[in-house]
Design a protein around this ligand. Sequence first.
Ligand code: FAD
Length: 486
Amino acid sequence: MAAQPPPIPPVLVRRSPPSTQSPGQGARKRVVVVGGGLAGLAAGVHLSKKDLDVLVLEKRPFLGGRAFSFDDPETGVEVDNGQHVFVGACSSYMAFLREIGAWNNVRMPRRLEARVIRGEHSSWLKASSWIPGSAANLPALLKYGHISKMGRLRMLYGMMRIRFARRRPGGPLEQETFDHWLRRHGQNDETISRFWNLIVLPALNDDISEVSADAGLMLFQTALLGSPEKAAIGYPVVGLSRLAGEAAQSTIEAAGGQVQSSADAVGLALENGSVNGVRMASGEVERADAVVVALPAKATLDLLPEEIASSSFFSAASGIETAPIVGVHIWYDSEVLDELFVAVLDSPLQWVFNVSRMHERDEHEAKTGQHIAISLSGAWEWKDKSKAELREIFVAEMARVFPKAAEATITRFITVKMLDATFRVTPGSEQNRLPQETPVPGLFLAGDWTKTGWPSTMESAVRSGNLAAEAVINHLSQRPAERTRS
Ligand SMILES: Cc1cc2nc3c(=O)[nH]c(=O)nc-3n(C[C@H](O)[C@H](O)[C@H](O)COP(=O)(O)OP(=O)(O)OC[C@H]3O[C@@H](n4cnc5c(N)ncnc54)[C@H](O)[C@@H]3O)c2cc1C
């Protein structure tokens, strides 16, 4: 997945002892989950609570999938493969973190607050602390100084139209771009480039002219038009692997399940049309009463037998496309940024994160230096640039926008490229997402790209894992004859 693998292996997963059980032996039914990303881990945690014998198989030597961290050999700190944040509307992801005992390792402010820089000027997207309910987010729009007074009225009107827009599965909003929809509802270049796309580009990892109106509307209806805490931006204070991978593994093992790393699944075992196991690269077969395939869309199709992958139900997934994210990490010898994160308009910088402060690290306390991460979403323009080219562009841009960066010395510079960071939510793409329950008995799907109603996020991954687990539980509770029919 990463175009540029991390310099040293990320925090490695502990190996559970090998399983010796086959289905049918002992009282507990056996469920094998393929994929140790957030979707597979959420499914594993959910299933292991239900007196099932759970085995999670992960191909790489570490857990977390597209949300992982690695130890940087030079600075000795954990570096994320990409800055991950979440909004307060991500209820399933937040519940998952609580369930695995990781909630202490994230911070969730009470409301939205972000500085936005344009040229010499700063303005804040800031929810009110005294207005109750969803109206608390309105001042964020009304006081947003990078838009003219007329433009702010436009934004308010657009938000009102979003509030009352009716989305429905398969409806026309899935075929139109959000940019087009907004222009049909009073928005212009000013409001789109300085407000709407400021949120859409990082949240959906694509330009506003590429995403469907349905995905854009979902984003604003769920976060900014919800209660103030739903739009607040939460973030981890530890590396991503430590946050979820290790904690989820401990939770699964504590419930009697197993997690195996460096376990490469190469196919499914079938008997009479039902899935009853997973074939491993080692030649072994992990027998199972049900299998959850929690992989990205392409890897899912690669795992399925050709006749199943090409059937009408599954083949839609071949239309899932992905979008890149490039992370630029710069270490300065002194502080260059005061707040946790800022957005920058009319600049390639997009969103800039103060990792030292987010991770509550010593250098922040002692003000001896700063680790900055620039997150470049929809990064087609940047993905093929060399490290030297990216350094030249982004070091100069940081110095232009943040005067303290021009004074500071750079002590380290790295880039992390994730070419298939997220799946795209372009018009018409929703029809490519598959449900968790499949027509093949014993086979279930998870993964952020499956049908969850959410874009490519940690929330979608966890939701998919929970939905797949519920479908498995339902399937296993049926009598054998019913199971084969379902
Ligand atoms: C740079 C970057 C920034 C992001 N920022 C955000 C953000 O700010 N907020 C947010 O909510 N989301 C963000 N995302 C998206 C989020 O990380 C993903 O939506 C989520 O992690 C997907 O989880 P998943 O379990 O569905 O898939 P994956 O994480 O892809 O998990 C699939 C797992 O299966 C394993 N696997 C593959 N093949 C096999 C096989 N044959 N056998 C066994 N195992 C296999 C893989 O190694 C992987 O661990 C970001 C993603 C990236 C890359």
